[in-house]
Design a protein. Structure first.
Ligand SMILES: [Zn+2]
Length: 241
């Protein structure tokens, strides 16, 4: 008898929640297997004076679709690769699709759908009244999360985490805040196929659908698969205490 796949297509594309666990304190929804390593890493960071918080974990398909459609329609701000504002409506649809992909995943292709990936910050490093911008400068030397970045560099792999968007590979822009739980994420990445994604997007109310589908093979290669690979250490059994 064939074994059932670990993830259904609905789970891989953010349209089902069977793979998830909702944690109350601190509030976050992550993959069942990622919760304990996340909490263990959070406890270790706390011992170093860092209040490591996942401020964005699981995100469903409809939420990602809302982000996508809002940008495509010019209702949400858009930026070029250097972070300068872009006027979406002044761009031909095919170019708009590419520009959105620098900063936002296609609905169905966000690693946040898997529950293995989340965005982190150090809540103890925020000056009073500070508004989080989620830009690379905040995570570099001189930014409020300089210590968090250095601590993660030294410790995250032992808990199974890595950064899939570290280097500028010409795809998704570098995101020093985005962590991924390697032992499960590599399996989710392998399970998500361009054909599965095409099936989901063909049936979705997505803006720019003809351009999205026409460029899907190329964009799947350039943006979905084109990430930094998990180091071997992150794939070993993670530390849980
Ligand atoms: Zn993220």
């Amino acid at each position: 008898m064939r074994q059932a796949p670990e993830f259904t297509l609905d789970e891989l594309t953010g349209r089902a929640r069977g793979h998830l666990h909702m944690e109350e304190n601190p509030h976050c929804t992550l993959h069942k297997e990622a919760i304990a390593p996340y909490l263990a890493m959070r406890a270790a960071a706390a011992a170093a004076g860092i209040d490591l918080v996942a401020f964005s974990g699981f995100r469903d398909f409809d939420r990602q679709l809302g982000i996508w459609n809002g940008k495509f329609r010019g209702e949400r701000p858009m930026q070029d690769r250097l972070g300068r504002p872009l006027d979406a409506l002044a761009m031909p649809a095919a170019e708009r699709v590419t520009a959105i992909l620098w900063w936002s995943a296609l609905p169905g292709a966000s690693r946040h759908h898997w529950g293995t990936d989340f965005d982190v910050m150090d809540a103890s490093a925020l000056p009073p009244g500070y508004k989080l911008q989620v830009v690379p400068a905040e995570y570099r030397p001189g930014g409020p999360f300089e210590r968090l970045t250095a601590w993660l560099d030294d410790h995250m792999h032992a808990f199974g985490f890595f950064r899939p968007y570290t280097t500028d590979r010409g795809g998704v822009a570098p995101e020093p805040w985005h962590l991924s739980y390697a032992p499960v994420a590599v399996r989710a990445q392998a399970a998500l196929t361009v054909d599965g994604l095409r099936t989901v997007l063909s049936a979705a109310a997505i803006e720019g659908k003809p351009e999205v589908l026409a460029a899907l093979d190329r964009n799947f290669t350039s943006y979905v698969v084109n990430v930094d690979q998990a180091p071997a250490m992150a794939l070993l059994s993670p530390r849980l205490a």
